[in-house]
Design a protein around this ligand. Structure first.
Ligand code: C2E
Ligand code: MG
Ligand code: MG
Ligand code: MG
Length: 271
């Protein structure tokens, strides 16, 4: 009896695995079409100094407008792009498209593009960035790339060299989602980052977690001596904004200031 139960459960499990594998394959195929069929679009979310300069830049966040499934968010397709190697194509698309659109903006705001750690495994990353800048005519200092600390975890030396080459082009480098993962403060000595973005989980927790607040404080305290700008992400309330400012954050991003929008609608977020 128990045995049969076990077997059933096992069969059920393998069926579910089949389903999962099948739906992943479907998404993988669809994603190939998406790249060639203009279904991927970058949305831009404002980043502000919360003061005189106002909006100093925008983060480019990818959206997939699937012909049948509708809007698909990056957390539901970036991992599949990474597993299938499509991330290289998708990542190059993001760089070219973000630079092209930013070059058409009236102001001189920067544009931040997220890089997958896997893009560092491709030796052409630097030339892709160079190509995106050249083709768009965007001034290099207006492009910022966002990496996560996992890039510093493996092939540390090789990846730091790649970061140095990007920096040599004039591109700015931000460390994203800081505070999650391993988050050794010593990473900050291994490369001169222009910005650190504190992960939004700390911002949402800071109201009732002394630990979250303590970590925010440790990061801003250290940034002052290292001359790094600190961006708070996921700022949703004016209370959070005021507090983060007191704690020494210098840049702010979140629904309080604007949601990600297509390039042509960016200015609507200023209302
Ligand atoms: P991220 O780089 O940390 O981007 C910030 C995420 O927080 C975005 O989610 C943004 O929409 C969301 N967000 C911003 N303000 C708020 C707020 O006030 N409250 C809340 N609850 N959320 C806020 P999104 O657009 O779903 O992107 C998720 C992640 O997908 C990004 O996290 C990034 O890691 C990845 N991603 C997005 N576009 C790309 C891309 O072009 N390439 C790569 N490799 N990854 C991308
Ligand atoms: Mg980011
Ligand atoms: Mg982030
Ligand atoms: Mg994130």
């Amino acid at each position: 009896e128990a045995k049969r139960n076990g077997r059933n459960r096992y069969e059920h499990f393998t069926l579910e695995m089949d389903d999962l594998a099948r739906s992943r394959r479907v998404i993988e195929n669809d994603l190939r079409d998406a790249i060639s069929g203009r279904q991927l679009k970058l949305y831009y979310q404002p980043i502000t100094d919360g003061d005189e300069k106002g909006i100093i830049g925008y983060e480019a966040l990818m959206r997939w407008h699937h012909p049948i499934k509708g809007l698909i968010m990056p957390n539901d397709f970036i991992p599949i792009a990474e597993e299938t190697g499509l991330i290289h194509l998708l990542g190059a698309y993001a760089l070219y498209e973000a630079c092209r659109e930013a070059a058409s903006w009236e102001g001189d705001q920067s544009v931040s593009v997220n890089l997958s750690p896997l893009q560092f495994k491709n030796s052409s990353l630097v030339s892709v960035v160079e190509g995106a800048l050249r083709e768009s005519g965007l001034a290099p200092h207006r492009l910022e790339v966002e990496i996560t600390e996992s890039v510093l975890l493996d092939d540390t030396l090789g990846n730091i060299r790649t970061l140095q080459s990007l920096k040599a082009l004039g591109v700015q480098i931000a460390l994203d989602d800081f505070g999650t993962g391993y988050s050794s403060l010593s990473y900050l000595r291994s490369f001169p980052f222009d910005k650190i973005k504190i992960d939004k989980s700390f911002i949402s927790d800071m109201g009732d977690s002394r630990e979250a607040l303590a970590i925010i404080r440790a990061i801003t305290g250290m940034s002052r001596s290292l001359d790094i700008q600190i961006t708070a992400e996921g700022v949703e309330s004016s209370e959070q904004f005021a507090r983060l400012r007191e704690e020494g954050c210098t840049l702010f991003q979140g629904y309080l200031f604007g949601r990600p929008q297509p390039s042509e609608l960016r200015l609507k977020t200023l209302e």
